[in-house]
Design a protein. Structure first.
Length: 101
């Protein structure tokens, strides 16, 4: 946006041109890493995606270096959010909506 509140981050491996969004201005910087991994737990447990993820990956050899970059970001107190992970996050609208149940 010109003010560096949101920064596009290259995330090679899964899809050609895939990028995530870094919200650097938050108290705890957040990287929305789309679907570099499907589960944050898999990322933190150092599990590399296997079949079928590697079958559909644009560049399977880039998945691990990208995952390692995300682990380094987590190690420096950053937060990573993934689009397929069913685990609740503080950013889920349903959690902050009292009428959602």
């Amino acid at each position: 946006f010109g003010d560096r509140s949101v920064i596009a981050v290259d995330l090679p491996g899964h899809a050609d041109g895939q990028f995530g969004l870094l919200f650097a201005g938050l108290e705890r910087p957040l990287l929305y890493a789309v679907d570099v991994q499907w589960l944050l737990r898999a990322l933190t447990e150092n599990r590399t995606p296997g079949f079928p993820a590697t079958l559909i990956a644009e560049d399977a050899s880039a998945i691990e270096p990208t995952s390692a970059m995300l682990r380094r970001f987590l190690a420096t107190s950053g937060e990573v959010m993934l689009c397929h992970d069913p685990a609740p996050t503080p950013y889920d609208l349903a959690l902050s909506d009292p009428e959602a149940g």
